[in-house]
Design a protein around this ligand. Sequence first.
Ligand code: ASP
Ligand code: MG
Length: 458
Amino acid sequence: MSKIVVKFGGSNLKTKSDLKKILKVVESYKKPLVIVVSAFYGITDFLSSKISGSLETKEAIENIVSEMKKHNREIVGENITDLAYAQKTLMELDGIVNQLEKFLLGVHYIGEVPEFLEDQILSFGEKISSILLHNLLESKGLKAELVFPEDLPLITDGEFGNASVDFEACELKIKSRLSGNKIYVIPGFYGVSPSGKTTLLGKGGSDYSAASIARCIEADYLDIWKDVNGFMTADPKLVEKPRRLDKITYAEAAELAYFGAKILHPRTVEPLMEAHIPVRIFNINGTLDHTKPVSWVNSEEVVLDGVVKSVTYSDEFCIVKLKGPGVGLKPGVLAKVAGKLSEKKININSVITSQIAINLLLHKKDKNAALQVLKKLGLHTVTDVQAIDDVSVIAIVGQGMLDNYGIAARIFTAAARVGINIKISSTGASQVVSYIVVDRENRNNAVREIHNEFFTNN
Ligand code: ASP
Ligand code: MG
């Protein structure tokens, strides 16, 4: 049976009564669905921030457990009116929080936080929200089944914290597991390693869970519900009257997400592109009509006259510079740099080199670890390693970037018009994106002026 995968994220789970809106949406589809759900807003970060406290005292663990149970009781009280269902839900939730407590105690007794326990602990936000949603649906008479990723099983490559789904290992099993004529509720954000260990799919990874499941069941659509109006030409907080983007391509969505747009996780489109499964984005604060998405992502390439579709930014990156008179010409320097960083699981987001400098665009969180390994490279060609982290990356995205002249010139002219110096720029890495790096203090002006250049003046 053809199905739609529907994903509700933390942005749909901010207040205690948000589950009511989700219920309305689910009811409006009037058909069996596969629902993937994230944790309540802030719960994953809450758990993450409390792990170190669990190392120190058991009291810290008791506090986490009682806070989680209190939160659960409040949400059940607000949403599940049928008494018997409310009791059943609370029992299931208490059971799951007791499991969480055991893992926290594990951390306490071991005296450190092994990766496998960290992934286990952080997966509980999604377990809780899926139990809540499943019981809510059943209490309203909908036929629903709760399935945990370990029971699908959603098998990954086993990398803790940032796993990838192994489709060959699980695609067929998942398709047959989810073939019933009912609603399935599945917690997002994690899968299991080949040996059955919980592995997270990366920060914000429930979108990727949902996309992976959509691919496995050959879904008609992946519907992602948000609390904003989908993809825009720029962040409405920065730019006056940005336009909404009805349609963008997988590649454009991926680049926008990679460079900071918060609508989708950057990996969402990966499992969908080959299978041509469209992503439809909906605003839960708009009309609850599942036939009217605010943005639509698929493979249909549309080149606009002005080429550019959106200007986004990220403050999450830093530049690490390796200087030395011959770093550009000497073979093997980049290989060594990349090798050392990858040993530390540090991802290089972009590289620009010249004869006397290698510039790496890295995530800020990796800055110190990167500096540490790169300062010990032992290459006499590298005379200095520096990091610049007070920067923002501004990405200008649109199909046709490489085939049309004058785009880079307009970006540079716009920045120059407001006196902004561009520290690094890159065009040509993909068909759809150019980016510049500017001082953080210039970020807002740069976004506004570049957006003006492409959307207002013309
Ligand atoms: N709850 C997870 C996180 O905060 C996954 C998600 O929201 O998609 O990263
Ligand atoms: Mg999310």
